[in-house]
Write a protein that binds this ligand. Structure first.
Ligand code: ZN
Length: 320
């Protein structure tokens, strides 16, 4: 199997995971979770979004949250919908800003009530604000693998938006499977096409598990040469109107699988799993993550952290 030595994970739970929740999670608890994932070894965090508090009340504390994240060990990104959001994010101390345009016209209009061209026109101001302040811009392409309104999304439509980001100075681009429509073959083809056309641009993959294919997609992307993925603690990020709907790839599940395959993540499951379980406690409902329930491979650790196989571990201890 062709695998990278090392993979970087971008933790997106506090932005992509929380944005659709109804009740507001206090800023202090968001900070607690961010501090815990950084302590576990996460080095890139997408912390919040500088959007209208009316549109996304869950993230109304963006500036306050950004002001209190533990600096020094991780970089913090914030999503922005326009120039005004970019100004606010830069002022609040974001290290990177993320801009999003959908690869399908229908999804872009549904998402931001604008045509793709109108969204592209707004990019100049956003890049100018960020780059002149020394803040990197990450360009995200939503519905890169399929659109809930349109169905298939042609590769050319995806790469056209990537080219617009790169031309303006984005060093990283996210291809997002916003509603979990990708399969491994499609992912491998798109990753290969991206790397051929934009060899100097850092590629990030963002998979949702709506149809159960997210982990298979990650493996396909890995084998096609990708080495950076968005993941969310506990796998949150599902639709709030569909209880237990699958969300983002769960960070601990990805760490477990990669480390099990000998791919380094720099993340310590022993610290990450308690953080996911704490998030579950804060949110008050069962999260889709699996490794946070089953524990790491070491049975004694699994017993200690998750209470799984406790009786077995005790018996083994008595035997030894
Ligand atoms: Zn997402």
């Amino acid at each position: 199997m062709q695998l990278p030595e090392k993979v970087t994970l971008r933790e997106v739970a506090m932005r992509d995971g929380l944005q659709s929740l109804k009740h507001f999670v206090p800023t202090e608890q968001k900070r607690e979770i961010i501090a815990a994932v950084v302590e576990a070894g996460i080095r890139r965090v997408e912390a919040t979004s500088f959007v209208s508090p009316k549109a996304v009340p869950q993230l109304k504390d963006a500036a306050e949250l950004m002001g209190g994240v533990p600096r020094g060990r991780a970089t913090y990104a914030a999503l922005v919908p326009n120039a005004r959001g970019a100004r606010d994010a830069v002022a609040a101390g974001a290290d990177e800003i993320v801009v999003v345009i959908s690869a399908s016209e229908a999804h872009n209009r549904e998402n931001v009530r604008r045509s793709i061209d109108a969204s592209l026109a707004e990019l100049d101001a956003v890049f100018e604000i960020a780059l002149s302040a020394g803040v990197d811009v990450i360009g995200s392409v939503a519905v890169s693998f399929g659109c809930p309104f349109q169905g298939d999304v042609p590769e050319a439509d995806v790469l056209r938006i990537v080219a617009q980001y790169v031309r303006r100075g984005a060093r990283s681009v996210i291809l997002a499977d916003t509603t979990g429509m990708a399969g491994p073959t499609r992912v491998a083809r798109r990753v290969t096409a991206f790397r051929e056309r934009f060899p100097d641009t850092h590629l990030v993959l963002h998979f949702h598990n709506n149809r159960g294919t997210a982990m298979a997609n990650l493996l396909a992307a890995l084998q096609a040469g990708a080495d950076c993925f968005d993941t969310a603690l506990g796998g949150i990020g599902g639709c709030p109107y569909v209880p237990q709907a699958a969300g983002n790839l769960a960070t601990a599940d990805v760490v477990f699988m990669l480390e099990e395959m000998g791919v380094e993540t720099g993340v310590d499951l022993q610290k990450l799993i308690p953080a996911a379980r704490r998030l579950e406690e804060i949110l008050g409902f069962t999260l889709p993550g699996q490794v946070m329930k089953s524990g790491p491979r070491d049975p004694r650790l699994a017993a200690h952290i998750c209470g799984i196989g406790k009786a077995l571990a005790q018996r083994q201890q008595a035997d030894s």
